[in-house]
Design a protein around this ligand. Structure first.
Ligand code: ADP
Length: 307
């Protein structure tokens, strides 16, 4: 089973081209959609969740079983919704409701009409998301991480085959973030899980496949580990005074800069040794991301620079 997104475009009435001819094949498992704010991630997530229409394109999910047919997402919205779990960026909660009550309520909406099976499903999800101990507490007192985990519990009702999680770790503290990512990492064996994020580590820690999107365009589709391996020998670093950065940018393909005790650590992309005291870096996914965003790496690019 996979999710096939073909030539999807979306222009908002104000003229913003949020998605430009997006084509992606997303297999089972955790998939990272990585890009900066305004890249078009939420627009794509909302389209996949049937909350918004693209201007063009087609999307198919499935087949869900060996004998079944794929779901035409844009034309069979009800069918898709039966097997969709969606955790939006802004997840509104009812502060006075208790976790268990709210989950039970959503379970009824999702069609669990039989009381016993509903209780079992609710209990299993509360345990899975580590909320069982606090199930009788009011959601208004929950931390950001607890709310997000409750959102996942709701999204998981009915075992969705397509789970969409939009920017889930923004606003979580480091411990909550780790707990939340651990929860997501247990999902996804038998369904398509799409994690949209601007945080590179979310993808490097969790996702077996990924895409990088910017200004509505897919710049790279890759397996994180392979992309990192492909950059070996091409990323170099040097600590410089910040006044010398403009001159360096004229000479080298600078992909990122970071302040380090008042000086600037520069990473550059260079298939050949650049000399000048540059030191070879063991690349990571952040180098993949910045090389792609800077236009030195990405769909079709790596072939141009390969020796
Ligand atoms: P991301 O989720 O990656 O931050 P979005 O999909 O929210 O990106 O936005 C993509 C682009 O579309 C941005 O330039 C944003 O300002 C614009 N945009 C998003 N929603 C709307 C809307 N409802 N009307 C007009 N422009 C929008």
């Amino acid at each position: 089973m996979n999710l096939e997104i073909k030539n999807v475009s979306k222009v908002y009435p104000n003229g913003v081209k949020a998605l430009k001819n997006v084509t992606l094949t997303i297999p089972n498992g955790m998939y990272g959609l990585l890009g900066p704010n305004g890249a078009g991630k939420s627009t794509l997530m909302r389209i996949l969740a049937t909350l918004q229409e693209p201007d063009e394109g087609s999307i198919r999910l499935g087949p869900l079983s060996d004998s079944g047919q794929a779901i035409d997402v844009l034309n069979q919205k009800d069918k898709l919704r039966e097997t969709l779990g969606y955790l939006p960026q802004e997840f509104g909660v009812y502060p006075k409701a208790r976790a268990e009550e709210l989950l039970d309520y959503f379970a009824i909406l999702k069609g669990f009409s039989e009381r016993k099976s509903r209780r079992e499903a609710v209990e299993a999800l509360l345990r899975q998301t580590n909320l069982w101990e606090v199930r009788r507490q009011k959601i208004g007192g929950f931390s950001g991480g607890m709310k997000q985990r409750l959102g996942v519990a709701i999204a998981l009702l009915g075992n969705p085959k397509l789970l969409i999680v939009d920017e889930p770790t923004a606003g979580l503290d480091p411990a909550e973030r780790v707990r939340f990512l651990n929860l997501l990492s247990e999902l996804g064996e038998n369904s398509v899980v799409i994690l949209s994020t601007h945080i590179v580590e979310d993808v490097s820690e969790l996702c077996t496949n990924m895409a990088i999107i910017n200004r509505g365009e897919i710049l790279l589709e890759a397996q994180p580990l392979l992309a990192v391996a492909e950059l070996k020998g091409r990323i170099w670093r040097k600590l410089i005074g910040k006044n010398t950065l403009p001159a360096l940018e004229q000479e080298q393909q600078v992909i990122s800069t970071k302040l380090l005790s008042g000086r600037t650590m520069v990473h550059i992309y260079s298939p050949e040794p650049p000399g000048n005291d540059f030191e070879l870096v063991e690349p990571d996914l952040e180098d993949v991301y910045f090389s792609t965003m800077a236009g030195f790496y990405g769909n079709g690019r790596q072939k141009e620079v390969a020796p």
